[in-house]
Design a protein around this ligand. Structure first.
Ligand SMILES: Cc1cc2nc3c(=O)[nH]c(=O)nc-3n(C[C@H](O)[C@H](O)[C@H](O)COP(=O)(O)OP(=O)(O)OC[C@H]3O[C@@H](n4cnc5c(N)ncnc54)[C@H](O)[C@@H]3O)c2cc1C
Ligand code: SF4
Length: 529
């Protein structure tokens, strides 16, 4: 038997590639799901039209999520924290000024993600032992089962869409006006190293054989009631319809051991804490970088040995447009990122800086109302003027100019679980690069017709981007704590790591599509191993 551990984006990509080769696969998964009562409410919403959704159901969806000037502290999904639940218990993590957050959910963090999907450029993975050309056929394979909202625009000149089967979501008024201004100044922006275009999102924009398309209800940040934002759990359901795929949930893998031409997978049941062992020919680990790192360190008994996690630095700032778009508060729109700006500039480190432009969503108004309190009605008009101009930029840097995280495994004692201990590793280029991004946008304001506001500028803790990896980096000739190009950490023959744990560096241009392509690449090479 071949085992894949984890049902997140990496796990399902890997399983798809294996099953498509006619191999028999068992997926082991912690597999936490949305609570049944919330699932029932969702089923009712899914079966009805948007106009018929009742206030109680909408309240269930939106009630717990809030935003402040640092973004959304916890992104609840359908009002629930199930993507984050029990992680503290099985993968305890401690560290100051660092975010380390695993998911034990069926579908992993694809339950909560923002669905932005841009491939890596060869120039951004120059330190990898594989190139963008090696990933290309696997981007195509992944996009045959993941929907893509995209259009053939200026962005395609730099970032191939790797698919012909895409449909664009309809940009909102703010995004349309912004894209119009950017297109008008295409040449000077291009010359300045600023590529732009409509966002690329793993979302089913239009009706297909899989179901209806987007109704522009604006609820994306709370969880799409119609399930149009790609969730790898849907690929698990698809795989379950084939005979050679089996799904075992409620198990948490703790350790892998190779012996006698087999790999033993030691797990703990989530239901009764019983310890179990599975044995197979090969195992593919796709537990997300935190959990996979813990399993590997535990398996190597590498207690106290530090490994370095690379991270793509996340930052957030407002961009204020000169002209407002009318009445955004009442507009029907989607609320994921609407526009991408991708900057290449030697002064910013030379690698792509990826900016995601978010237009109005109701969390902004809720945050402003929270600040103004009962005086809000006095400010209704200026708030409307402000919101019509306000764009929020989520920025990501390449890991070369980002802070990193030192990770050590502290052994269990007195019955407690072993824990990951984290420490932030400074990078003096990070602030400089972020300041450079704002300065560059300010210098090109006549083309973007917008000014970046340095206040509030939020520079998040390392790990907060959720675009992290690289504790066992791929090398053509791996040393200890490194992996070969098929994701096998040195010392293992039958254990492949297929999530971002093996990424030698983390480019800024969104991580998930590339980790899916890489997982597919490794599993597609099964017969070469
Ligand atoms: C709020 C948020 C927004 C994001 N937005 C974006 C975005 O817009 N674009 C983008 O590219 N990325 C985004 N990301 C990051 C993206 O979600 C992750 O890159 C992606 O989910 C990683 O996939 P994975 O399969 O490696 O791991 P995960 O998604 O973490 O899945 C891990 C899987 O392994 C299982 N598992 C874990 N440990 C064990 C264990 N010990 N035993 C058994 N099973 C286990 C879990 O149950 C789960 O099924 C975002 C993340 C978050 C949290
Ligand atoms: S706007 Fe967002 S939440 Fe609403 S249907 Fe479209 S994708 Fe789903």
């Amino acid at each position: 038997m071949i085992y894949v551990v984890g049902s997140g984006p990496a796990g399902v990509s890997c399983a798809m590639a294996l099953v498509n080769q006619g191999l028999e696969v068992t997926m082991l998964d912690a597999g936490i799901e949305l609570e049944p009562e919330r699932q029932q409410i969702l089923q009712r919403m899914r079966a009805s039209k948007r106009e018929d959704w009742d206030a109680a159901s909408l309240g269930m969806l939106t009630g717990r999520t809030s935003a402040n000037i640092n973004g959304i502290p916890v992104k609840y999904v359908y009002g629930s924290d199930y993507p984050y639940r029990e992680a503290d218990r099985y993968i305890p993590i401690e560290g100051k000024h660092v975010v380390g957050s695993p998911s034990l959910a069926r579908g992993g963090f694809s339950n909560a993600w923002g669905a932005t999907s841009l491939p890596y450029l060869s120039s951004d993975i120059a330190d990898w032992p594989i190139s963008a050309a090696d990933l290309a056929p696997h981007y195509e394979a992944v996009l045959s089962f993941v929907p893509l909202s995209a259009t053939r625009d200026a962005l395609a000149a730099t970032f191939p869409p790797y698919s012909n089967a895409f449909n664009p979501l309809r940009p909102g008024r703010q995004a349309s006006a912004f894209l119009k201004d950017l297109n008008y100044s295409h040449d000077p922006l291009r010359k300045a190293g600023i590529a732009f275009g409509q966002s690329r999102l793993a979302v089913r924009a239009e009706t297909t054989g899989d179901g209806p398309g987007c109704v522009y209800c604006g609820l994306c940040m709370y969880g799409c009631p119609y399930g149009l934002i790609y969730n790898s759990s849907s690929t698990v359901a698809r795989l379950q319809r084939t005979n050679n795929f089996h799904y075992v949930k409620d198990v948490v893998v703790q350790k892998v051991v190779e012996e006698k031409g087999q790999v033993q997978i030691l797990v703990q049941s989530r239901l009764n804490q019983e310890k179990l062992t599975f044995a197979g020919a090969r195992v593919y680990l796709a537990c997300g970088v935190w959990s996979t790192t813990k399993i590997l360190l535990e398996s190597l008994e590498a207690y106290g040995h530090p490994v370095t996690m690379k991270d793509s630095q996340y930052f957030l700032f407002p961009l204020l447009r000169y002209r407002k778009a009318g009445d955004v508060v009442k507009e029907d729109l989607y609320t994921l990122a609407q526009v991408f700006l991708d900057i290449t500039d030697e002064r910013l480190g030379g690698n792509t800086v990826h900016l995601e432009v978010c237009t109005y969503n109701d969390l902004y108004l809720r945050a402003i109302k929270g600040i103004l309190g009962p005086t809000y009605p006095l400010f209704r008009w200026p708030v409307g003027e402000f919101l019509g101009r306000l764009l929020i930029i989520q920025g990501f840097l390449h890991s070369n100019v980002s802070r990193a995280i030192s990770v050590r495994l502290q052994p269990s004692n007195a019955g407690s679980t072993s824990r990951l201990v984290l420490e932030a590793l400074p990078n003096e280029r990070t602030r400089q690069a972020i300041r450079g991004v704002l300065a560059k946008l300010f210098a090109h304001r006549r083309y973007t017709k917008a000014v970046p506001l340095p206040i509030p500028l939020h520079i998040a803790e390392p790990g907060r981007s959720f675009h992290s990896g690289g504790t066992f980096p791929m090398r053509s000739k791996p040393s200890d704590y490194e992996s070969d190009v098929l994701g096998r950490p040195r010392g293992f023959e039958r254990v492949h790591v297929v999530d971002a744990t093996t990424f030698p560096s983390i480019p800024a241009t969104t991580i998930t599509l590339s980790l899916m392509a890489n997982a597919h690449r490794i599993a597609a090479a099964y017969h070469q191993t």
